[in-house]
Write a protein that binds this ligand. Sequence first.
Ligand code: FEO
Length: 398
Amino acid sequence: MMHAIKITDKIYWVGALDWNLRDFHGYSTNHGTTYNAYLILDKKTVLIDTVKAPFYEEMLARIKSIIDPKKIDIIISNHAEMDHSGSLPRAIKDFEPEKVYASTLGVQNLKAQLGQDLPVEAVANGSTLEIGEDSLTFLESRMLHWPDSMVCLLNKANVLFSNDIFGMHYCSTARFEKDANREDWIYEFHKYYANIVMPYSKVVSAFLKTVAQKGIAPKTICPDHGLIWQESIKDIVEMYHDFALPKNKKKVVLVYDTMWGSTQKMAAAVVDGLVQAGVEVEQFSLHSEHRSDVVAEVLNSAGVIFGTPVMNLEIFPSLADTMTYLKGLKKEGLVGAAFGSYGWAPSAIDNLEKMMKDMKIEIVAPNVKCQFVPTEQKLKECFELGLAVGKKVLEITK
Ligand code: FEO
């Protein structure tokens, strides 16, 4: 038996807990995740979003703990991504709602994914649906983080159903932020932004402005992942403002991998230079660290340095992986440099630097290439590389 969790007399959480998820399309989820769905009991009974398909039974049980699911009149699908829409076809079949609503692009994306005969209708941006004593107003949130995304506001209750916005991959027995470990959720909240929302930071700023202009100041925010926000709303909105327009810290993220220890020795010398320059350093060996944790640290960093061993004339696979991932997340304003070790041919280290330029990272020190094992001279060059990047970071973060 799974129970719904009461938010107000008329609003219940009926989602699912995915304690064991450790990979969300390439993002490491060390605290698992939740797929949040919400039930509103008014003259009309409304289900906001569903859950990832394998978790349908859990959502169903939670709904059944308070009502007969056949009483659901309306389903709102705020976002077509499968972690929220995966159960929609079964829900429609089993609950037989009068109406299923999504944004205009949501209708297109849901039909494209789930079948053109899916009985879903579009609601206009800014329109309001009366559901009894209360009403729902729909607000498109395009590119936060899909073109079809929208949020909806339950007006009298002043509850915002924010979809992926203000979400995070965090599973716990707590449903409300006041009951969860603040240190844990703050990390997962910023990691989610870095890995999912960062490329759309300009859209975030515009969205927050629109929400403020409309006078929307919800007393509860119900996202589709993680915790329900009540006491920390001011904090998370401020965090979103800061994430979207980051005041980059005097910090450099150094990312490397190593085959026989040479690139690791070079990395240590680079770090020494950075420390001497007086900047904060976060170092990641891709032997043991995950790309999504790298990205979480890059979010508010001013510099990034990559170091690779050369393998079969190419950049080491773990570096290529992380850089491709980071490139897609479009972090702006970074400075940096490259280094690496090789056996026969060093061209991959130039390719690494070129890849950084393609990522719009300003290269502020010549790359350092070392054949086989670094000499004292090479380690000195690595130190100088770190020092140069560190000094540039201090200059641009004044
Ligand atoms: Fe949580 Fe974009 O789906």
